[in-house]
Design a protein around this ligand. Sequence first.
Ligand code: NAD
Length: 361
Amino acid sequence: MESIFGYMESYDYENLLLCQDKALDFKAIIAIHDTTLGPAAGGCRMWQYDSEMDAIEDALRLARGMTYKYAAAGVNLGGGKTVIMGDPKRKDREPIFRALGKFINRLGGKYITGEDVGTTLQDMEYIRMETEYVVTLPTYLGGAGDIAPMTAFGVIRAMQACCKRVYGSDNLEGKRVTVQGLGAVGHNVIEQLHELGAKLVVTDIDPEKIEAMVARYDVDKVDPDAIYDVECDIFCPCALGAVICDETLARMRCKIISGSANNQLKEERHGGLLEQKGMVYAPDYIANAGGTIYDTDRLCVGGVSHKRGKEKVSRIYQNMERVFEIANRDKISTCLAAERMAEERIRKIAEVKKYVDDLKP
Ligand code: NAD
């Protein structure tokens, strides 16, 4: 990125805020991409960046990703993100997260933060001491608690919509699913797929996690790298990003990819290559939106309701159907169709919002 304003203009960003406190050794960047649909929301990442420009670019890029995620999910929130420049293992966390809470509070609700890479639920509690504009909180602070089960549920709803497209039925019973990564989301995916009667093959780099799944459910296991060679109906990546690349695509023998990992495609072109191989791909930010849909539901309507939240997450199925419609209509990949779906929604809601509620001058 050579010019900050140039970059902001090219993707139509609204705001970029720099926050610092020398005594606390605190430096943070808040990026707000688009608030057409509602206040910007997006987590707070803590990371050691090589340069300030790298940190700014990361905040801006991630904020834009959140705009697309919420727009495509049908949620009335815009996209934002915070990055704190610093060691994510830093010990004295209360002062810096409370300072961040103060800065966020000044924005009066224009931006809502949450947990992300390098930050913890405890950090969110510190932020909550200074502002109400924070999600990913435990239930005892009015939050939704652990969202991983809902992320897993959303991934499975996307999977079901993909099955309907490929097999004409969304029944997962008997479908062979490979699950990569048995962490917070992955183990919930296994639990829920097991109940739906899927046949499971699992892997993780942590052998203890594999053994725990094998002991608990009727699942097969493979070594981490061997997961790409397993013949299956569905590959469910729930570990790292960039797992879909030239090398793995040449090996994969699945019909569907639907998982929770962020940024699954190593490069954008891999979205097109998938389609050429006849695979159906659930774009990551559509499939993995369940947790945040559930978590932010209380902001839009008021109060946590498990039933309502789950129902909204369930609509990921319909969101995928819409992605397929656009992909068919415009003869494009599901990745491009998801982007188009988000952009169309923002454009149309902007149209609705031009009508003023209060006609007083
Ligand atoms: P986690 O850290 O709890 O679990 C990740 C698991 O992947 C760990 O068990 C780890 O050992 C394993 N792993 C790492 N590298 C691996 C490899 N090469 N092969 C196999 N296993 C490997 O993380 P999580 O919260 O379950 O999230 C999983 C992914 O989903 C991440 O990419 C995350 O960004 C994304 N995601 C999570 C949520 C959520 O609600 N937690 C929401 C949206 C997106």
